[in-house]
Design a protein around this ligand. Structure first.
Ligand SMILES: [Zn+2]
Length: 332
């Protein structure tokens, strides 16, 4: 048993309380490799933004959970080296799907876990979430739960259709489970293809897809039911067109990839939404940068020469999100 407190990590409780009061949101960036982690920490340290490092089940399978945890521990020290005196870094399990998985993360030094039982019937979601909360709270680890179903594909999490969170259920759910934050479904979606062309309209000038707006009426109704309660948005990449264009220009093929417009995320960040998950956008930045190097310098075979530019582009992306979308700069 390792406590996250020994590793210099923090849980989400204080982060979220401050974020709701201050009208901003904490970035939750997924990571799978060293370059991504370096970019996240550099961007957070330079902007003095609290940050949530997310590890999904897929990341654990890809990179090995032991290695990821030590990387997060190393990230705290790296942040200090960069001059961030008191780094506010949370290590969070994204989409935990069983009590055993959540428990192993709590025991292993994570400061926050998500139990996603949203695909189960309501009462089973409550029972499993409550079990995780009871265990995690013994060690002061915070728990995110989910109510409602997001569409899209993210690692092993996938669903063809979405169901908006029902505002009339949230008080009962939060009270009975004791969860610390709630991921809701209001029209965000996992992956780089958040909407089918049929769900969108097309801008007559550019020919680009315009996605349907988020259901802010549902968010408002939830906030009315649970005033001041931390709300989480998954599937909130905006799929920047510049990266999609770069990928397509240098030999890739991502037709009609579409995300959540940043103005809508900014609006959400000013409300009780205090954690916004961003994964696909950094994948796109990484891929765009690597493709560019491969296209322009076909003779290049030193991974540092293409992972380096990928890291730089991700860092730029993370800073942009922190400063221009979430507003979390200067808050840590
Ligand atoms: Zn998610």
């Amino acid at each position: 048993m390792v406590s996250y407190k020994e590793l210099g990590l923090v849980n989400t409780r204080e982060m979220f309380a401050k974020a709701i009061k201050g009208g901003y949101a904490i970035p939750a960036f997924n990571f799978n490799n060293m370059e991504q982690l370096q970019a996240i920490i550099k961007a957070s340290a330079e902007t003095k933004s609290p940050v949530i490092l997310q590890v999904s089940k897929g990341a654990r399978n890809y990179a090995n959970q032991t290695l990821l945890r030590y990387m997060a521990q190393g990230a705290v020290e790296y942040a200090k080296e960069l001059g961030w005196e008191h780094p506010q870094i949370c290590l969070h399990l994204d989409h935990g799907d069983s009590f055993e998985l959540c428990k192993s993360c709590v025991d292993f030094g994570f400061s926050s876990v998500m139990i996603d039982a949203s695909s189960l019937p309501y009462e089973e979601n409550i029972a499993l979430t409550k079990k995780v909360v009871e265990y995690a709270h013994k060690y002061d680890v915070t728990v995110e739960a989910e109510l409602g179903v997001l569409a899209g594909v993210e690692d092993e999490v996938s669903s063809a259709v979405s169901h908006y969170t029902k505002p009339e259920e949230v008080v009962d759910f939060a009270t009975r489970t004791g969860c610390d934050s709630l991921a809701i479904s209001i029209g965000t979606s996992h992956g780089a293809y958040k909407f089918t062309p049929e769900q969108c309209t097309r801008d007559p000038k550019t020919g680009k897809l315009v996605p349907p707006p988020l259901a802010f009426d549902v968010l408002d109704a939830i906030m009315e039911q649970l005033p001041g309660f931390p709300i989480v948005l998954h599937g909130s990449s905006s799929v920047p067109q510049e990266y999609v264009d770069m990928i397509n220009q240098y030999g890739g093929k991502l037709p009609d990839a579409v995300g959540i417009p940043e103005e809508q995320l900014r609006k959400a960040a000013k409300s009780a939404v205090c954690k916004i998950n961003i994964d696909s956008d950094s994948r796109l930045a990484f891929t765009a940068a690597v493709r560019k190097v491969f296209a322009e310098k076909p003779g290049e075979f030193d991974p540092r020469k293409y992972c380096g530019p990928a890291r730089d582009l991700m860092e730029e992306l993370y800073k942009h999100k922190i400063i221009n979308v979430l507003g979390s700069n200067g808050k840590a």
